[in-house]
Design a protein. Structure first.
Length: 319
């Protein structure tokens, strides 16, 4: 079987144009998803430097709310290996439900994402690459976010890179499309676009081409929820609309939006748990071996804590 550095490839690599990915087995025997910068993007020195900065920042946030890292390194190209076990991507729920969710179920997911974004915001970071694929749901109803180490890379090179990132382009904020600074407000916009899709069945600024999508985004041209999802609760439509404000200053902070969703009540957390458990039961083989647990950050060596000093091929358990 082919290998990427120390990791054994379990399936052929796939690419969205900027990030290559494939399921792998690490030297410790754990299985996860390898997420590696594509050859072209890895040639951009600023992107590699950003990656080297972002992974240690991610580690400082701790495990709560983030998909665990099983390993990371700089060779053969900057990459992480993320633990995908025990959680279901929001995209799976959308696909299985025909593209949209019950609005109250979508609000439950949104509240969980906002709780994690509030912690990321408090740490002075932004995700920058939210999508239904990066939102992972656990059977206990908790929400995990993936791709924090890559989200800011998306923003740094929006003009040249993100137009081919089909998994995230529909959820980028106006400032990201203009290659401006990514802030926590950008994440609020991205989640607003995801919640819109959950209620309507398509992203608010979806278009046949990236250019057409960019034009719609710059003009704030999307079908309002009053007509696109008239059956959704009015206060939920109002919140999502505010999250999609063109100007970052016009959007609520993650903490404020989270309080609004929690205060409105009626979040069917048990229903979400049942749905996720059902999806995991469909996926799990009866004889699936247990995954080796990721080591805690305290077990990482000083060299692993600093990508400039680490042996890039050495696995670095995080979270």
């Amino acid at each position: 079987m082919a290998r990427i550095g120390e990791h054994e490839l379990l399936e052929p690599m796939e690419s969205d144009g900027a990030v290559d990915s494939a399921p792998v087995r690490t030297p410790s025997g754990a299985t996860g998803e390898l997420r590696m910068l594509s050859e072209g993007v890895a040639l951009i020195e600023a992107t590699v430097a950003r990656f080297a900065e972002e992974v240690p920042k991610r580690q400082q946030l701790g495990a709560s709310g983030l998909v665990p890292l099983l390993a990371w390194g700089l060779e053969p190209r900057p990459h992480v290996v993320v633990d995908r076990s025990g959680a279901v991507p929001l995209r799976r729920l959308l696909d299985d439900a025909g593209g949209r969710l019950d609005p109250t179920l979508a609000a439950t997911v949104g509240a969980g994402v906002l709780e994690v974004l509030t912690r990321i915001d408090a740490a002075g970071l932004a995700h920058g690459g939210l999508s239904p694929d990066s939102i992972r749901l656990r059977p206990d109803g908790k929400v995990l976010l993936a791709d924090l180490a890559f989200g800011r890379l998306v923003a740094d090179h929006a003009a040249s890179v993100t137009l081919v990132l089909q998994k995230t382009v529909d959820y980028l904020s106006p400032e990201q499309a203009k290659s401006l600074e990514v802030t926590p407000a950008s994440d609020v916009f991205g989640l607003g676009a995801i919640l819109y899709e959950c209620m309507v069945g398509k992203p608010p600024f979806s278009a046949p081409t990236p250019l057409a999508r960019s034009l719609k985004l710059s003009m704030g041209n999307y079908e309002r929820l009053d007509s696109a999802a008239p059956d959704a609760p009015a206060d939920l439509r109002e919140l999502v609309t505010s999250m999609l404000a063109s100007q970052p200053s016009g959007r609520p902070r993650a903490e404020e939006a989270h309080r609004t969703l929690v205060a409105r009540g009626g979040l069917p957390i048990e229903k979400l748990r049942e749905v996720v458990r059902s999806k995991l039961a469909e996926e799990a083989p009866s004889d699936a071996p247990e995954q080796p647990a990721a080591a805690s950050p305290a077990q990482a060596s000083p060299a692993q804590a600093n990508p400039a000093q680490a042996n890039p091929a050495q696995a670095n358990p995080a979270q």
